[in-house]
Design a binder for this molecule. Sequence first.
Ligand SMILES: [Zn+2]
Length: 80
Amino acid sequence: MCEPDMPTDAVFEPYVYDPSLLSRAQCMGDACAVCHTKWPRPRRVLGELPDGAHVYGCDECAGIIGLQPVTAGEPLMAAR
Ligand SMILES: [Zn+2]
């Protein structure tokens, strides 16, 4: 009985970004939609634009906005 239950709210619903709030680079997926970092190139899909284009972000920002990396089941608190 130590298997974690799958959270029922884990279904990923893409967040739709307002393109007027993003820079051109962010709309093109060339810059992180959160912190504007262009390098390393953002590779995490953070959401999408109303036209269906993907909006990308770096791993750190994906974590900040609540997108969990694929290490499901791993405790978030790391022992120091
Ligand atoms: Zn970022």
